[in-house]
Design a protein around this ligand. Structure first.
Ligand code: V07
Length: 247
């Protein structure tokens, strides 16, 4: 891709020198969006995928380096079967229409989360998407699927325990060492977490990684989270003075 694709008209509230490196988003409110319109929840999820498409374009244009999207939590299996099946069809739908553009835009696709419970077909399309974009050096698009943060931390701890039990020299565990066993090992921590649809919780998302992130909550439902809303979140992020606990 040429750099021209990423020339955007930025409002003057945005400082192009202070764009967050890593933005993570809890995409909440698809069901409520649909219900309020008298539409089936499925319509909300379908529209939610449209918003994913646009958000990926907008983040790429802003030169955000990593975008992590919380697509399916370990708790989401409790939804009705028909809804879970519909949600599980979305990765395939997304790649069918978007993979050529992701490749053209030099985007690298990845997944974080527990692969075990995911349907084989879903893993296949995600692995194919990841393989097709493996050597891309542009934005990293990271989908959290069947993801739960406590389980992720426990997995890391248990890796460390096994290593210690196997007699590997380890006098103490450092933050760096523990981080290296998280799904996000290769990624910087998020600078900005966005959650749509009014809930002000982290809901077991990236608990370790969000330690110093700016948190941005908006009432807007995910299907309505457009470019204006993204720029608003980035503007608020830039206005906050980040102190990392210092003075
Ligand atoms: C899902 C649409 C966005 C709103 C939140 C829930 C519904 C994109 C994906 C996806 C996942 C992996 C991947 C490519 C695309 C997705 C689920 C739900 C389960 F490699 N949107 N989206 N996956 N929704």
């Amino acid at each position: 891709m040429t750099s021209d694709d990423r020339v955007v008209d930025l409002p003057d509230t945005i400082d192009p020198q202070n764009i967050p490196n890593h933005v993570a988003i809890i995409m909440d409110g698809n069901g409520r969006w649909a219900t309020e319109r008298g539409l089936p929840r499925r319509e909300g999820h379908r529209q939610g995928v449209e918003t994913v498409r646009e958000t990926v374009r907008n983040c790429n244009a802003l030169r955000i380096k990593v975008l992590t999207l919380f697509a399916f939590s370990t708790e989401n299996w409790q939804r009705p079967d028909w809804e879970v099946s519909y949600l599980m069809s979305l990765p395939e739908k997304y790649f069918e229409s978007e993979l050529p553009e992701l490749i053209q835009k030099n985007v690298q696709v990845r997944m974080i989360g527990d692969r075990k419970k995911l349907p084989r077909r879903v893993l296949k399309v995600i692995d194919e998407g990841a393989a097709a974009t493996k050597s891309n050096s542009g934005m990293i698009l990271n989908f959290a699927l069947n993801y739960g943060s406590r389980a992720e931390i426990l997995l890391a701890v248990n890796h460390l325990v096994s290593e210690a039990a196997a007699g590997k020299a380890m006098r103490r565990v450092t933050e760096k060492k523990l981080s290296s066993y998280l799904y996000t090992a290769a990624l910087p921590d998020p600078d900005l977490l966005i959650r749509t649809s009014g809930e002000q919780r982290i809901s077991n998302f990236l608990l370790w990684q969000l330690a110093y992130s700016e948190l941005y909550f908006t009432e807007v439902y995910w299907p309505d989270f457009d470019k204006t809303e993204l720029l608003r979140a980035v503007t608020v992020y830039q206005r906050r003075k980040r102190r990392f606990g210092g003075v």
